[in-house]
Design a protein around this ligand. Structure first.
Ligand SMILES: [Zn+2]
Length: 78
């Protein structure tokens, strides 16, 4: 499941949020100060290398960006 990372523009706190609902909120309240001056930041990809199990082989396809819930985002230019 995708994890989005946000940064608070008010206090600079960074926190991450699971995109469990239908789409992630663009400006969730900061966990620290509660300000909604938050911005989603892209910090690496999920599917880190070297974290053990699974198929262990990246087929090179999984190119869906964080904004897409589909397995591919050919039409997505972000
Ligand atoms: Zn904050």
């Amino acid at each position: 499941m995708p994890i989005y990372e946000y940064q608070c523009g008010s206090c600079g706190n960074t926190f991450d949020l699971l995109a469990s609902r239908s789409g992630a909120s663009k400006h969730p309240p900061c966990e620290l100060c509660g300000a909604q001056d938050t911005e989603r930041i892209m910090s690496g990809f999920f599917g880190r290398s070297g974290s053990g199990g699974g198929n262990g082989e990246s087929s090179g396809v999984g190119g869906a960006c964080a904004g897409c819930s589909a397995s591919s985002c050919a039409g997505c230019t972000r």
